[in-house]
Design a protein around this ligand. Structure first.
Ligand SMILES: C=C(O[C@@H]1C=C(C(=O)O)C=C[C@H]1O)C(=O)O
Length: 308
């Protein structure tokens, strides 16, 4: 079910927010499956690697150029004016929308939290090389068969436009998912402001993180994610499938016995993306949002809030 917080009855329902996060799992997994078709193409992530861009006065990477061009058009179409979409390009470098601004219900507390630079770094340095490994190795084998040896055989299939287009889609989905942590924090704060206020007034990030962390939610998420990645990475067959033969671990190391090396995606890579990057970064956004949740409020306002 598509969820649009601006029209939903209770935009801060934790169940509604979690359903958005669950739906974004599908967007991210399918985006990674599409990107995994192409080789790593490391050149598109290196700054100043393309003379054609330097000649245009652009000193960033191919991907950063793609992001700027894409986000420039999207900004003119009125994206990045709602509190659930954040550009990778500095907002000061983007044009004003051609349409009048939409009036959004003031749901989040005013803030300037944007962790897209961290998302771009971990995605290009750790996620892309891992999820494109199969295509990269296959490309190298084909090149060697054609007599291409050494540096030229690896990693580059020349599909710079396709690869960057898919990178932008995945990055936008990861960015939305991570920054949705602000809605999670606002929901948890409003449910029990008194639990958070002492650790905001006397900044205590560690205690705030322990208050927002729900281990069981995370555990179930990773199990669901693994199953999705296995199933989405397989072509549907009409034959009745027999389960993989033993050793088919049950609840071993949280894999729940669901793993697959024959699919279109590195299942362990998808789980690690969430476990090592997306979930920790979401929680950092949650904590940072809480640390600024009382900014500009008077002592009386805070005292009143603490009583609720
Ligand atoms: C998003 C939430 O907050 C935290 C972050 C989670 C995540 O990034 O998946 C899951 C549970 C919590 O530890 C939540 O409570 O749903």
């Amino acid at each position: 079910m598509q969820s649009n917080y601006s029209i939903d009855e209770d935009p801060l329902s934790l169940d509604r927010i979690r359903s958005v996060l669950t739906r974004l799992e599908d967007t991210i997994i399918f985006g990674l499956i599409e990107r995994a078709q192409f080789a790593h193409n490391p050149k598109i992530y290196q700054k100043n690697a393309f003379k054609e861009l330097r000649d245009m006065g652009f000193e960033g990477s191919w991907l950063e150029w793609f992001l700027k061009e894409t986000e420039t058009f999207h900004a003119r179409a009125r994206r990045y004016t709602s509190p659930d979409e954040y550009p990778f390009t500095p907002i000061s470098e983007l044009p004003s929308p051609v349409l009048p601004p939409l009036k959004y219900k003031p749901i989040l507390y005013p803030n300037n939290i944007n962790v897209n630079p961290s998302i771009l770094t971990f995605y290009t340095n750790y996620i892309v090389p891992r999820i494109t490994r199969h295509a990269t190795l296959k490309l190298a084998s084909v090149k060697r068969a054609q007599g291409i040896m050494g540096g030229d055989e690896f990693e580059d299939d020349g599909n710079y436009g396709s690869a960057a287009t898919l990178d932008v889609e995945v990055l936008q989905a990861i960015s939305k998912r991570v920054h949705y942590g602000k809605f999670v924090s606002e929901s948890k704060f409003r449910a029990a402001p008194g639990a958070f206020i002492p650790h905001i007034l006397k900044p205590d990030p560690a205690t705030l993180e322990s208050l927002i962390t729900k281990p069981e939610v995370e555990r179930k998420l990773l199990l669901r994610l693994r199953k999705k990645a296995v199933n989405y990475g397989r072509d549907a067959t009409l034959e009745v499938e027999t389960p993989p033969s033993p050793p088919y671990p049950s609840e071993v190391n949280g894999t729940n016995g669901v793993n697959d090396t024959n699919g279109k995606i590195d299942v362990d890579g998808v789980v690690e993306l969430y476990d090592s990057y997306i979930i920790p970064l979401t929680k950092e956004v949650e904590v940072e949002y809480l640390l600024h949740r009382l900014d500009g409020m008077s002592e009386d306002q805070i005292e009143e809030l603490a009583k609720t």
